[in-house]
Design a binder for this molecule. Structure first.
Ligand code: ADP
Ligand code: GLC
Length: 477
């Protein structure tokens, strides 16, 4: 395969190394997805404490002295087929806890930590590293937002830049007084550039300086220009509308494959699905419900609309449905979920925690997956649901609106529906959607049609990878 170009991807998470959400899935999947299009991608990540074990098997390729209180050393190597560059800077990243927070909450120096990642990313893109010169720097979310700013203010070296917004809710806020510390030019501290409500935002810095802005679905791209979804940045994004595009995420169809599960199934072999449903109910001590067995696999946060469940579950359960929730997050929502489990023994099961293997069993056995998000840039679990015949019931926002075909009368008559959408994200509309799900489930022919359509709907990376490749092609200088 002829190499068309090289992309340095700069991110804070990447499967299989470190994950708190869908960002990691996407960053980890892109390199393999882009390869058939001739785009070679390396991913720069911080060497968090739990990643330092990999360094021994890697090669040192870069030294960066004076990196906010210590030296940074970059190591190169391949992990599970992904070419990674790990930035080892123990004073910034060798800590207990997750990528952004420890036992005491968010780390107080997150601005410097991710400025360091962005600084090294920009320098390696500009100068080349390990005999490898990037054509494009691809930054993900606020954590990499300063990377294109450093290229803009310090010289781009002919490197094009893209920033992808995975979630506008996180904006990388820093005090205005940090401008020198963050190695940004004071002249750029005005509303058209770095200034953001009197302070600094690494995400805004990325949005004003990157050559292109993408987000992870076409609908979210449009939503971001409106105050209800833009979260303060709608004006910044609207001003750059000509370079904004929405490219849907795909899912890793090798990792998420019903044919590869312990009890395999597929469109033409649904017996396996029935066996998985029975096994799942047995695992959780539930009688198999007469109505749909629904699941939720999610961060338990306000974004995800989890607080609506207590209002809709009573009717859903009374109508014969059952629910299994897997997730963790906001303690109040965890408590609300436990409350539901206590109130509906044998009908609602809740597992607080993060469990990849269990999530596979859930999708394998479930009839439906519920995603009642208030906003959802793309969302991955509705796509796992499609692939596994766990019919998605989703709020009609962002990528959820773009990936699920609502079972309207027209779509049913045309034979194309893949799930149920509702709008707005409130308990009334959600409850109505669950009644529609129940009715569909009870109509064997209609259900078989929707489930078949869902499982046949393409959710892989092919189309979107072609879109990214075209975007990179347009940036080669
Ligand atoms: P977000 O990134 O906003 O959390 P996405 O739907 O894009 O939402 O991605 C979430 C990812 O995290 C999916 O791969 C999903 O399966 C996974 N996930 C979320 N919570 C859990 C959990 N408790 N256990 C296992 N996987 C989870
Ligand atoms: C963010 C969004 C989610 C999206 C993921 C990957 O975490 O909340 O909707 O799927 O990023 O792009």
């Amino acid at each position: 395969m002829k190499i068309r170009g090289r992309v340095l991807s700069v991110a804070s998470e990447c499967v299989p190394l470190i994950k708190t959400g869908g960002l990691a899935d996407v960053v980890g999947a892109l390199p393999a997805a882009l390869r058939p299009f001739g785009w070679e991608m390396r991913v720069l990540l911080p060497a968090y404490r739990r990643l330092r074990g990999h360094l021994g098997a890697m090669r040192e390729v870069w030294r960066e002295p004076g990196l906010w209180g210590g030296e940074g050393v970059v190591f190169a190597g391949a992990v599970d087929g992904v070419d990674v560059l790990l930035l080892d800077a123990p004073h910034l990243f060798d800590r207990d806890g997750g990528p952004y927070s420890g036992a005491g909450g968010d780390f107080g120096d997150n601005a410097q930590r991710f400025a360091a990642l962005s600084w090294v990313g920009a320098r390696m893109a500009r100068e080349g590293v390990d005999g490898w010169k990037a054509d494009v720097l691809h930054a993900h979310d606020w954590q990499a937002g300063f990377a294109s700013a450093y290229l803009t203010y310090g010289g781009s070296g002919g490197v094009g830049s893209v920033i992808t917004v995975h979630n506008i809710a996180f904006q990388g806020w820093a005090d205005a007084g940090m401008i020198d510390t963050l190695r940004l030019p004071r002249e750029a501290f005005h509303p058209g550039h770095l200034e953001y409500y009197g302070g600094l935002s690494s995400l805004k810095a990325g949005l004003v300086t990157a050559d292109r802005i993408t987000t992870v679905s076409p609908t979210y791209a449009a939503e971001l220009m409106r105050p209800e979804f833009g979260m303060g940045l709608q004006g910044v994004i609207t001003a750059r509308a000509a370079v904004v595009s929405g490219i849907l995420n795909g899912v890793d169809t090798d990792l998420w494959s019903p044919e590869a599960e312990p009890v395999p199934f597929g469109v033409k072999a649904m017996k396996g699905k029935a066996a998985n449903r029975a096994a799942l109910c047995a695992e959780f001590g539930m009688a198999e419900p007469a109505g749909p067995l629904a699941i939720v696999v999610s961060r338990l946060t306000d974004q995800k609309g989890i607080d609506l469940l207590p209002a809709v579950v009573p009717d859903f359960v009374a109508a014969g449905g059952a629910l299994i929730v897997l997730g963790s997050g906001d303690p109040a929502l965890e408590g609300a979920m436990r409350g539901l489990e206590a109130r509906y023994p044998g009908k609602v099961v809740v597992r607080i925690g993060y469990d990849e293997a269990l999530s596979h069993r859930l999708f394998s056995g479930a009839d439906a997956v519920l995603v009642p998000s208030r906003f959802e840039p793309c969302g991955l679990t509705q796509m796992y649901g499609l692939r596994y015949g766990a019919v998605p019931v989703v709020a009609a926002v962002g990528g959820l609106a773009d990936t699920v075909i609502h079972a309207s009368p027209a779509a049913m008559a045309a034979g194309v529906a893949t799930g149920v959408q509702f709008h707005p994200t409130d308990a009334v509309a959600f409850g109505q959607a669950l009644r529609q799900l129940g009715a569909l489930f009870a109509d064997r022919k209609a259900w078989a049609q929707v489930q078949r359509n869902a499982m046949s709907h393409p959710v892989g990376w092919e189309t979107s990878a072609a879109d990214y490749a075209a975007l990179y092609d347009g940036l080669r200088k």
